[in-house]
Design a protein around this ligand. Sequence first.
Ligand code: ATP
Ligand code: GCO
Length: 212
Amino acid sequence: MLSYENRTPAATPAHTMTSTASQTRASAPAPEPEHHHIWIVTGPAGCGKSTVAKFISQALDLPFIEGDEYHPKANVDKMTRGEPLTDADRWDWLTQLREESLQRLASGAHGVVVTCSALKRKYRDVIRVAPYYARGARVHFVYLRATEDVLLARVQARRGHYMGANMVHSQFDALEEPAESETDVISVDVSAPLEDVEREALRRIRDVVLED
Ligand SMILES: Nc1ncnc2c1ncn2[C@@H]1O[C@H](COP(=O)(O)OP(=O)(O)OP(=O)(O)O)[C@@H](O)[C@H]1O
Ligand SMILES: O=C(O)[C@H](O)[C@@H](O)[C@H](O)[C@H](O)CO
């Protein structure tokens, strides 16, 4: 479980507390986290969304939503044929991922980890409005950054996936890398070995939670 408990000492440093307050804290149940975080792991095909998101969800003991499983069959058929999706193909899918994420929080989860390519700013904006529907929800994007060459090599090496290497270029054509003004984005370079990428992503996520 993500150590949300770590936030308590951070919020109230021990040296500022009276002994009575310390005792109360020691016996009181851990407080509910104030914010419930929706972690959207993003990037083009092959950047490691599924692999890294599963790792994060396990490390933080949060539910995991595999965004690819929510594409309608028509979208999957299209990608299997090597045809890039259009904006129109993606809107309902993005809305559904936002709703599924909120549903997990409504069911009692303290957070949720979701994979979603979210290639363009306007796609990220669809998910960004989640707090409008659920006060206390916080959306963050974990953007897995890589060059086209790196992703081409990884998709070529992968077996049994509908997304072929012939689709990688179109993913970069569509990609609008998060701008600096998108302050809810953690950007992680994924050229490093997987273990390093996972450790770095988790470290950055924990930092965000501690700052919250
Ligand atoms: N840092 C890494 N170093 C080496 N290989 C990696 C790394 N990250 C992921 N991979 C491998 O690259 C391939 C693509 O990873 P993964 O399927 O998780 O990407 P994805 O972004 O979910 O792809 P898609 O969007 O197409 O489903 C997998 O075979 C995975 O094991
Ligand atoms: O927006 C898109 O074009 C899609 O979500 C793709 O990114 C794939 O679903 C994913 O990469 C699986 O290979």
